[in-house]
Design a protein around this ligand. Sequence first.
Ligand SMILES: [Fe+2]
Length: 187
Amino acid sequence: MAKSSAKSAAKSTVKGGAPAPTKAASVGGSMGINIGIHERDRAAIAAGLSRVLADTYTLYLTTHNFHWNVTGPMFNTLHTMFMTQYTELWMAVDPIAERIRSLGHPAPGSYAQFGRLASVADAPAVPPKALEMVRILVQGHEAVARTARSLFPLADKAGDEPTADLLTQRLTVHEQAAWMLRSLLEA
Ligand SMILES: [Fe+2]
């Protein structure tokens, strides 16, 4: 067997005439991504999912904060309800981040990044009254729903079913949570 140079290897073909694997898929020892979604769409979807992640994480933290700080006659109901909700939000951040990774992009994971990316406001420094907490959480769930919904057409157009599926699941959760919280505000 003759040694082949990189140049001749690049030009060579596999027996049968099929093109040989090119070097393009491998950079620095890692493989490129070829899942059938254009690089430009992967980047845009990953950017959108980063905003969903930042919103979800921020809402998680606010909900946990309110679980700790809620007071008043509805304490038991809200303390328990907020725990259910923050636990769900906490579980949700992982699949969102890992979808970003599957699309070939780094997942944001710092308070500075989340602060830049989130449309959901940080929790107030002074704990509000119980019903104001509920109002803030309704607005938070609605905000995450809007962020997720705004990304849906792009995921759909790019044929990114896993992201569309994830967004559908998140929309269901946020719209249901907003309804349940909103119901507490009715006289
Ligand atoms: Fe607790």
